[in-house]
Write a protein that binds this ligand. Structure first.
Ligand SMILES: [Zn+2]
Length: 227
């Protein structure tokens, strides 16, 4: 999936019609001098451009062997329609962005793994369609959380916080029944996953939210605790 940057970003300069449209909103900005208005517009557009650029990650699915081409097409179709909303949710929940401009996803038959920055991500070919979605989000969430400094100190078992985040991300993207079902699928994969999911599912929504906020505070807290 490739999402192009906003045309506004490419245009660069702020034009008079844009200022007129901004003024037409009848906001208190009407009182602001044109020079300040240009500064406000520039900041607004810079923020939206940064968001657009951060979202423009190309994800390419590649079959590791001819027998995985059907599954690879399935992943590609899934990403074409759902990729932008998946990336947006992962950025928002993790508070991080990826340094990768492009991620190559190798479709094979084996245990899925996220890889680290600039490396390929590996994903199993034979999952049912919903588990393709759930696992792709899972492995990409690893990549985002790898970018949060010191997170492994706050969460020595990263799946403890991932399960909490995944339940809300999956629910938001695909609905609560999907999240409950895929939590069961992951719980059946290993004792380690089962323990993390058991804790995550014991929490109510507000407790999950508090833990998710804690992810963003983790790096800050660690830097304060440094001697
Ligand atoms: Zn994992």
């Amino acid at each position: 999936m490739t999402s192009a940057g906003s045309p506004v970003c490419a245009a660069g300069a702020i034009t008079s019609p844009q200022i007129r449209r901004f003024r037409a909103l009848e906001l208190p900005f009407r009182l602001v001098q044109a020079k300040s208005l240009r500064a406000i517009l520039a900041m607004t557009m810079w923020v939206s451009c940064q968001h657009a650029l951060a979202s423009s990650i190309a994800v390419e699915f590649v079959a590791s062997a001819p027998e995985f081409e059907v599954a690879t097409d399935s992943y590609t179709r899934l990403w074409t329609t759902e990729g932008p909303k998946i990336i947006e949710a992962l950025q928002r929940y993790s508070g991080a962005s990826l340094p990768d401009q492009r991620i190559r996803v190798i479709v094979f038959e084996g245990v899925s793994r996220s890889g680290r920055r600039y490396e390929p991500l590996w994903i199993r070919a034979s999952y049912p369609e919903d588990t393709k979605r759930a696992t792709l989000v899972h492995e990409l969430l690893h990549r985002y959380l790898n970018e949060v400094d010191g997170l492994e100190t706050c969460y020595p078992e990263i799946h403890d916080i991932m399960s909490i985040m995944l339940f809300d991300i999956w629910s938001e993207l695909y609905g609560a029944p999907f999240a409950t079902k895929q939590a069961e699928v992951e719980s059946n994969r290993s004792a380690r996953y089962r323990k993390s999911w058991s804790h995550a599912l014991s929490l109510g929504q507000s407790a999950r939210r508090s833990e998710i906020i804690n992810v963003r505070k983790c790096g800050e807290r660690l830097s304060r605790e440094q001697p």
